[in-house]
Design a protein around this ligand. Sequence first.
Ligand code: PLP
Length: 389
Amino acid sequence: MKLAARVAQVTPSLTLAISAKAKAMKAEGIDVCRFTAGEPDFDTPSHIKEAAQRALEEGKTKYGPAAGEPQLREAVAQKLQRKNHLNYEAENVIVTNGGKHSLFNLMQALLDPGDEVIIPAPYWLSYPEMVKLAGGKSVMVATAAERDYKITPAQLRERITPQTKLLILNSPSNPTGAVYTPEEIRALAEVVVEKDLLVVSDEIYENILYDGAQHLSIGAVSSEVFERTIVSNGFAKSFAMTGWRVGYIAAPVELIKAMTAIQSHSTSNVCTFAQYGAIAALEGSFDCVEEMRQAFAQRRQVMLERLNAIPGVSCPQPNGAFYLFVDISKTGLASLDFCNALLDTQQVAAIPGIAFGADNCVRLSYATDLTSIEKGMERLEKFVMQYGN
Ligand code: PLP
């Protein structure tokens, strides 16, 4: 069969490959410590599940508007006004099948062949693939551990060309956990306005912050940057709703209309009753979000302390999300070899940094229990010691 040329350009997900291998080992009864999860290990809070159950009982089981249930679009706009100081109305919001689908649709609606998208590296592995699938060109900007993996305004300015259309900003970041300070966001916003770029702010981890870190949505900096901002967010990470597949984009109406047209010919509306769960998430108590955040904070501390006590690996202290991005250069191994050997010999699963554009690192998720973290760090230490550090 001759497949479309675009398929050959897509890189298969390394995250899924290693996770699948670890899962298969676990199913065989092997005691695997899995640090691969890109999702909270908690169940969805009960008031959210109950709202979806009620919606099912009330017959919210039919097709709905492609852009989302009006009540959810309104609740999202209210949340963006209240929490993020962004002046959106319901018409500025489209509900999507998760944050991933938001960004995929966005690239389809925005990019023409040859348009350039600036992506700070390390990056979430789906960004470049989405850009490629829309015919665009990714322009990676390397960041360093010493600068907490954040790009500077000067670096951004340097990479802008007449073809630059969009900057992707992801704070808190997957895979590094880096959080841009409000000052850093303001400095990047200046360049966005000066160079007349669009910026998509992927804020899916906005509620998972530590040590007093503050999340500033770039569109809140000024009306000039607000006009150029697209906010991408979802319910998966904050509310432990990864399987529900509900996300959203907020943006100028023209873009929302374009994305709705694409969505109406692809997925149509997001699962109707799931959207009622999402409404309950936004309108209910945020205590559940805070409880999960506190659990992540404790795990982060334990993992970080254990990890930084191992000679030969290092990791800056991240202020958000639930990942540690660990520098393994001193072992002399490439990240995929490191992860395969770690899984085969010590039964510890991690994601190779090459998937995120950094072959000298691996990503460890601490969205797992403390016992596994303690055990996994002991095994990791044994593994790293073999490499003479
Ligand atoms: N953005 C980032 C940075 C992510 O890490 C993820 C999930 O891993 C997403 C977006 C998409 O999340 P979802 O499609 O589950 O809402």
